[in-house]
Design a protein around this ligand. Structure first.
Ligand SMILES: Cc1cc2nc3c(=O)[nH]c(=O)nc-3n(C[C@H](O)[C@H](O)[C@H](O)COP(=O)(O)OP(=O)(O)OC[C@H]3O[C@@H](n4cnc5c(N)ncnc54)[C@H](O)[C@@H]3O)c2cc1C
Length: 389
């Protein structure tokens, strides 16, 4: 059985590594191909650190050849441009065709530039390349500010506006606030001119964590010097300018767009049923609705939370769905019946700068030092699981 996995992110890499282990341990007759547009696995959860020099580029990604070495997983580097479920093939940008017996869609999500001008005038933070570009941009702004004398230009250059109060926005705002001291020292930019605005359309931050977390996140971010604007929908993005629904505007030399995600368009174009943000609809077995041999996991799948809703896009769910699917594909290869995926809410932790974090662990709120330790522990554990699988 030829299993092709599209996407070597949290979900797809886990599926590939676990399947390779099962094949070794159980002697399964399967081949595994892992397709990704990059030669590396990106730690997307840590991009706010990559963007603010909180970790080195080497610690932000893993070269796939190194991770897959000796595991008999064929790595295919290429951008998927089309999927043909009737022919059971996948087309890559360079024209290559990859056939499959079982297909795993694990292509993640993309930034949704859901306001006019956002795509053209704001920077996204969704890939390693975005994080590196954002870091360079911020350093350039601070460097430029060091020699500015015009107060208006200085103010604009030193203002960073982050749109979206989810993981991306909160983690980046906190980290940038902490980095600003070092950055001003290195570049000579005036510290008192640093302005960081976190802008959210709704009346709360971090919707998946509940109301208490939003209050705490606002309080803790403001303590770091971040100005949080709730109930402030952006209606238009222009060069160095945001316009809001209430008529106000904000001028900023750096505008970051983290206000929503959507699944890659090629999934709907392949004819798979999708929801309003392009995620593929799946059944309890993570099988794409109406498809016998195609599965979807992680951010690109609309997976039921068992309570009438859909699971939020989070690395923790992506990893566990990848592990579940590997177990079930191995069971199928042994001729056994599949078991349904049952989501387990272990919780999540969001960092607010290097010295603070907030979240929930098994339904219990955590914040401050215990939350930071938990966050670091989760990261180390993840690194260990992919390095030693
Ligand atoms: C800044 C930021 C901070 C976050 N922080 C947290 C956090 O603290 N905790 C948490 O749980 N979640 C966090 N998330 C969300 C989390 O990163 C995602 O839920 C997770 O990455 C989803 O995993 P995935 O495997 O579905 O997709 P991804 O990890 O995005 O992997 C998708 C893979 O598919 C590849 N791919 C995509 N399109 C193509 C194509 N056309 N052809 C070939 N390859 C393709 C990509 O290169 C990538 O390797 C954060 C996200 C961001 C952006």
């Amino acid at each position: 059985m030829q299993i092709v996995i599209l996407g070597a992110g949290y979900a797809g890499l886990r599926t590939a590594l676990d399947l390779a282990r099962f094949r070794r341990e159980q002697g399964l007759d399967i081949t595994i191909r892992l397709v990704d547009q990059h030669p590396y696995h990106q730690l997307i959860q840590l991009l706010h650190l990559t963007a603010t020099a909180g970790i080195t580029d080497q610690k932000s990604i893993y070269q796939l050849d190194r991770l897959l070495h000796g595991r008999d997983i064929e790595r295919v580097e290429g951008r998927v441009t089309a999927i043909h479920p009737l022919e059971r093939t996948v087309t890559l940008a360079d024209g290559r065709s990859v056939p499959y017996d079982r297909l795993v869609l694990a292509l993640g999500s993309e930034t949704s530039f859901n306001a006019p001008g956002a795509r053209e005038h704001a920077l996204p933070l969704h890939t390693f390349a975005h994080a590196v570009a954002l870091r360079k941009h911020i350093i350039a702004q601070f460097t430029k500010a060091a020699s500015l004398t015009d107060p208006t230009e200085l103010r604009i250059t030193m203002t960073t506006a982050i749109v979206g109060g989810g993981y991306t926005g909160c983690e980046l705002a906190g980290e940038l606030a902490a980095w600003a001291d070092d950055l001003c020292q290195q570049t000579g930019a005036p510290r008192k001119e640093v302005r960081i605005a976190l802008i959210e359309r709704e009346d709360h931050l971090l919707p998946h964590l509940g109301e208490w977390a939003s209050h705490e996140a606002v309080r803790r971010l403001e303590r770091l010097g971040v100005n949080v604007f709730l109930k402030t929908p952006v209606t238009q993005v222009e060069p160095q300018r945001l316009r809001f629904a209430d008529g106000r505007m904000l001028r900023a030399g750096t505008i970051v767009w983290g206000a929503g995600v959507r699944a890659p368009a090629l999934l709907a174009e392949a004819g798979f049923p999708t929801d309003r943000i392009g995620r593929v609809l799946v059944d309890r077995y993570l099988r794409v609705s109406g498809q016998a041999v195609v599965f979807a996991i992680g951010d690109c799948a609309a997976v039921s939370d068992g309570r009438g809703g859909v699971l939020p896009p989070a690395a923790s769910y992506a990893i566990r769905q990848g592990a579940h699917l590997a177990t079930e594909l191995a069971a199928e290869a042994r001729g056994e019946a599949p078991r349904p995926y049952e989501p387990v809410e272990l919780g999540e932790v969001v960092s607010l700068g290097p010295n603070d974090a907030i979240g929930s662990a098994l339904g219990v709120p955590v914040m401050g030092y215990p939350a930071i330790m938990l966050k670091r522990g989760i990261e180390e554990y993840y690194r260990a699981t992919i390095e030693s699988a």
